[in-house]
Ligand binder design. Structure first.
Ligand code: ADP
Ligand code: MG
Length: 404
């Protein structure tokens, strides 16, 4: 809560406490121990409330709720004739709403329930001189009123807490995406500048690694290693740059899923053959979606490449696609390593990779593309059994997709 607003609430509360002490108080005048206790508790409570902004922690909030309860219950017992003090007892949990602390709220709700049970038991059993006749006269009614007030306070708290939480989450997400955007742009600029010197270094290394070059054989062998590392660096940079490329360069078109998947399979065939993996294509002819051809290709290459990399030697990867009502559903199935639930959760996070030579950028790009075209992606996987990736795209409704 805003500090000014907090102090205003505290001042109003203090004014009410002072009025309670001075206006028409039956214990005022003479040396009344009850009145002194009332005043002392009011001062302690005021001090706690005033100091709170300096010591903003959960323990201090608990102290405030205990002090407020002690004060209000003491007032209730000191002035048995004033039936209105009962209203304040009902309102004690509402104080904790001020502090937006869920644990504190539940604590004050439970504490108040226990104190009211004690109070009612005292009134039924020990109040022989009928000091609390107004309560005793309608005990059931008062109990119902008390429960009702606690339920209403709980509902108010619950609804406002949920709303504030949602707003907070929205605000955090907004901040997060802004930060990502800026760092993305920065990374793209840096990546672009690094690519040129990398190409030069790689070119020279390739030249020196040729057999007829007068370089020591042992040293020449390390060149292959260096070139490999440079290739990885280049791949990371290219992946980064595809995301950072402005959307206006990517035109929206009707994509023939069958044709694209056929060309992706042709492209990855040789990659699969390295470990004797085949790609089994089972795609219907009539599947059309609205996206950018290159991006869709990029998406499927990443998913199928992952499936091939996870597969055991000699296993096949199945790629299916079919039209389903308003959607085109694609499945990439492999019988390889699989993933546990914990491993599935972070998929799509930049640099999350369980491979020794992975970049952890492939799925981030896939998620980015899928989100852009209002699609969805789902991973069904079990460790050691394999993975089924299901991707859904709306079929061919170009006018429904708006790219900023
Ligand atoms: P990279 O392939 O460079 O590691 P990706 O973003 O493409 O990065 O994938 C991230 C991680 O997700 C991979 O390292 C792998 O552990 C896991 N993964 C993705 N697809 C599969 C799959 N079909 N089977 C098992 N693990 C997978
Ligand atoms: Mg990958």
């Amino acid at each position: 809560m805003n500090k000014k607003l907090y102090y205003a609430v505290v001042l109003i509360w203090t004014a009410v406490m002072i009025m309670g002490l001075l206006l028409d108080n039956p214990r005022l005048g003479g040396f009344d121990l009850g009145y002194i206790l009332h005043s002392v508790l009011a001062i302690i409570l005021f001090t706690c409330l005033w100091l709170y902004p300096k010591y903003r922690n959960h323990s201090f909030r608990i102290v405030i709720i205990i002090m407020a309860s002690t004060f209000l219950y003491t007032v209730f017992f000191l002035y048995p004739g004033a039936w209105s003090t009962f209203i304040f007892l009902c309102l004690i949990p509402a104080i904790s709403i001020l502090f937006f602390d869920s644990k504190l709220f539940h604590f004050s709700l439970i504490l108040n329930a226990l104190l009211i049970i004690g109070t009612f038991s005292y009134i039924i059993g020990m109040d022989q001189s009928n000091q609390f006749s107004h309560i005793k006269g309608d005990l059931a009614g008062d109990a119902v009123n008390f429960i009702g007030s606690q339920v209403i306070i709980y509902l108010i708290y619950h609804v406002s807490y949920e709303r504030i939480k949602k707003q907070q989450l929205y605000y955090e997400q907004l901040q997060h995406s802004e930060r990502l955007k800026t760092t993305g742009q920065l990374a793209a600029a840096v990546a672009h500048e690094i690519r040129n010197p990398l190409t030069v270094v790689k070119g020279f290394l390739q030249l020196y690694s040729e057999k007829d070059c007068p370089v020591n054989k042992d040293i020449r062998e390390t060149f292959t290693l260096m070139i490999d590392e440079l290739n990885t660096a280049e791949e990371v940079i290219s992946q980064f740059l595809t995301i950072a490329k402005p959307d206006k360069d990517k035109k929206l078109e009707i994509v023939n899923v069958h044709n694209v998947l056929q060309s992706v399979t042709d492209l990855l065939k040789s990659y699969g053959l390295l470990r004797d993996n085949k790609i089994d294509l089972q795609v219907d002819e009539d599947c059309y979606i609205c996206a950018n051809n290159i991006e869709y290709k990029q998406l499927m290459i990443n998913i199928i490449k992952n499936a091939l990399e996870a597969s055991k030697i000699g296993d096949s990867v199945i790629v299916k696609a079919k039209s389903k009502n308003q959607f085109v559903e694609m499945k990439v199935i492999d019988y390889g390593d699989g993933m546990s639930e914990e491993e599935i959760k972070p998929l799509g996070t930049p640099f999350y990779s369980l491979k020794s030579n992975g970049t952890g950028l492939g799925l981030m790009i896939c998620y980015h593309i899928i989100e852009k075209y209002n699609g969805s992606i789902d991973f069904q996987s079990s460790k050691g059994q394999g993975t089924t990736v299901t991707i859904c795209f709306p079929s061919k409704n170009c006018e429904l997709i708006q790219i900023d």
